[in-house]
Design a protein around this ligand. Structure first.
Ligand SMILES: [Zn+2]
Length: 405
């Protein structure tokens, strides 16, 4: 295995100094949703150019780099996102490097990352772990992915003796807000497979995700002076709460795991006269997914009827399970397991109870888009940590995929 650890550590820490926390409240108002993402994208463009890649960074702020191939094979894509989540503060990150000797990790803020809650830590005794100072997240989701791709591309661009096909790299903004792929330059995309480097634990390969829809339920009631409401008033809020409580609680995110899908009412805004509620629907199985959408429609219709209100629903499908596309072209996943085996990385296929930007690519371009690990843990939290050892394995995996071994 080639050793990129020092370079990875330096690059990753450098990227964490860019304030790229995205802001869901700015979706639709500015792209990207925060200025800092532009600064990092410009920096990455500069670095890719220095490595000899052609780059484009259009007004949609998706950075594309193109490394001309010198060998056979179809064009390969690698993708990561530059923004970080806003679940906890994501700006002003002060990365801490630790030669991990085992046991709990106490961050400068006093926060403790407990070894018993983080069994994966035991793998990395005697190696370097990076954390934040405990007042912010670290941002390995997905700056570890960015650093992994940059090291792999740098290696390929400085080793012309290594034969590889054309390679595209994509760095996107606003993955965490869900808006990142809205302006993606699908038209100019050439790759036949696009790996996202946006996973977590070492060895994880994700090629299955949810089918996802948001059902917006709008209800209109009948308003009248409350003193003379008997038999006349129809309360929209009552209808919405009845709909929410009729959804099967055994099929909620808090009650399910694995391949079990769910209904989840998440947002309600209502007066007695009219109101609106959002219900998230998730299922890995396409048939069950469609069934759930129809079930919600029927349930809304029935409850509105009983309560003499009026209701309509609007279904927005966000993404589909990429498994179907991945199954059509199993070579993308097979290649990962083959290269990982040669490198001695213990890889396993996992299912995502969520989506990835790769799911959007798979759906639109009909190409495989598996998600590979970065070595980051406890993502979106103050106790986030990343293993440089695992990142190094990911770089070797990317290079191996490019070499087409
Ligand atoms: Zn991510």
């Amino acid at each position: 295995m080639k050793d990129f650890k020092e370079e990875l550590l330096n690059n990753f820490i450098f990227y964490t100094t860019f304030d790229t926390m995205s802001n869901p409240a700015m979706v639709g108002k500015s792209r990207p949703t925060t200025e800092g993402q532009k600064t990092l994208l410009k920096e990455l463009e500069k670095e890719l150019r220095e490595m000899g890649l052609e780059t484009t960074l259009g007004e949609e702020w998706v950075l594309r780099g193109f490394l001309k191939g010198n060998g056979k094979g179809k064009c390969l894509g690698f993708m990561a996102h530059v923004d970080t989540a806003d679940d906890v503060m994501g700006d002003n990150v002060k990365a801490q490097v630790l030669d991990y000797e085992g046991g709990d990790i106490t961050l400068p803020s006093g926060l403790v990352i407990k070894a018993e809650d983080n069994p994966e830590l035991s793998k990395y005794v005697g190696t370097k772990i990076v954390t934040s100072d405990g007042t912010t997240l670290l941002g390995s989701d997905d700056k570890a992915g960015v650093a992994i791709i940059m090291s792999a591309i740098k290696y390929l661009s400085t080793h012309p003796e290594i034969s590889h096909p054309d390679i595209e790299v994509y760095f996107t903004p606003d993955e965490e807000t869900g808006a990142g792929m809205d302006g993606f330059p699908y038209e100019s995309m050439k790759c036949s497979v696009c790996y996202t480097i946006d996973g977590s634990r070492e060895g994880e390969v994700e090629a299955e995700c949810f089918n996802a829809a948001t059902v917006t339920v709008r209800v209109r009631g009948v308003s009248i002076h409350l003193g003379s409401a008997r038999g006349v008033m129809v309360n929209a809020l009552t209808i919405l709460s009845q709909i929410a409580s009729t959804l099967p609680q055994a099929e909620s995110p808090e009650a399910t795991d694995g391949r079990y899908g769910y209904y989840c009412p998440l947002e309600v805004r209502s007066t007695g006269t009219e109101g609106e509620m959002q219900i998230f629907i998730r299922d890995h199985d396409e048939e069950m997914f469609n069934f759930r959408i129809e079930a919600v429609k029927k349930l809304v219709d029935a409850i509105a009827f009983i309560y003499k209100g009026r209701a309509d629903v609007d279904v927005h499908v966000s993404y589909h399970n990429m498994a179907n596309v991945n199954k059509n072209d199993p070579s993308a996943l097979d290649a990962v397991f083959k290269v990982a085996k040669e490198l001695g990385i213990d890889c396993r296929a996992e299912i995502i109870r969520g989506g990835t930007d790769g799911a959007r690519i798979a759906e639109r371009m009909k190409i495989s888009s598996p998600n590979l690990f970065t070595g980051g843990h406890n993502l979106h939290s103050l106790s986030e940590w990343v293993s440089i050892e695992a990142m190094n394995k990911a770089v070797n995996l990317v290079i191996g995929l490019a070499e087409g071994r």
